[in-house]
Design a protein around this ligand. Structure first.
Ligand code: PEP
Length: 250
């Protein structure tokens, strides 16, 4: 049995004050059990949020990190720094980072391995562009990205990896993939993982769908056999909506 996981990606939204407000609003809602819940906040809000989320079911996540522990890398944040402030998850290789910040399959792989070495759980993003989809290349693209990201990861470490299948054309556009299409692609990702790690390990990996998921459509994704939760941008920004997403993932 794979425990569903709903992760909010706040992107470059929310000051510390906003983040605290979110945590206060969550505390007024009923706790939801049976679903792992994560908020991936901007670096500046993480420490405050670590404290503010105490007493809730929500774990703390970051949206990126460097693969080195320390060094002359101006503007970067290391896995050690994230661990120190109570971060448990880290998004790796989000398409916005691949697109705007030169993230490559190679850097995604280095970051994935570094996260695991430091006891952080990577949420590794893969997904095709609209052109790639229309050219019939979805399976090839997500297969290559998945294999590259997980190269050198051990079977034991794989248990701590979450994959997020996020078709780029569905992110922030309101154009979500159908649940059947998402399920089909996620099944392909699982079979690619099985080639390198074996059926049993692949069957245990949690794979989320991401791309315009909302409280109104999350249940349709969760009803699919291969989908284990969602990585959510816009709809994770209010406590009401985030808790509804978590409820919908049960
Ligand atoms: C995301 O940021 O990973 C995402 C899926 O965004 P949205 O839910 O807004 O499409």
């Amino acid at each position: 049995m794979r425990t569903p996981i709903v992760a909010g990606n706040w992107k470059m939204f929310k000051t510390i004050a906003d983040a605290k407000q979110f945590a206060d609003a969550v505390k007024e809602q009923k706790k939801v059990a049976g679903v792992e819940q994560v908020i991936c906040a901007p670096f500046t809000a993480l420490s405050a949020l670590a404290e503010a989320l105490q007493g809730t079911e929500i774990a703390l996540g970051a949206q990126n990190m460097h693969f080195e522990e320390q060094g002359a890398f101006t503007g970067e944040i290391s896995p050690l720094m994230l661990k120190e402030i109570g971060v448990r998850y880290v998004i790796i290789g989000h398409s916005e980072r691949r697109q705007y910040f030169n993230e490559t399959d190679e850097s995604v792989n280095k970051k994935t391995k570094a996260a695991l070495q430091h006891g952080l759980k990577p949420i590794v993003c893969v997904g095709e562009s609209l052109e790639e989809r229309e050219a019939g290349k979805t399976a090839e693209v997500v297969g290559t990205q998945t294999k590259a990201a997980l190269s050198g990861v051990s079977v034991e470490q794989l248990a701590d990896v979450v994959i997020a299948y996020e078709p780029i054309w569905a992110i922030g556009t309101g154009k979500s993939s159908t649940s059947a299409d998402a399920n089909e692609t996620i099944a392909i990702i699982r079979s690619v993982i099985a080639e390198d790690f074996g059926q049993e390990a692949a069957a245990a990996v949690r794979i989320q769908y991401g791309g315009s998921v909302k409280p109104e459509n999350i249940a349709s994704y969760m009803a699919e056999s291969e989908i284990d939760g969602a990585l959510v941008g816009g709809a994770s920004l209010t406590a009401d909506s985030f808790i509804q997403l978590v409820q919908g993932a049960r």
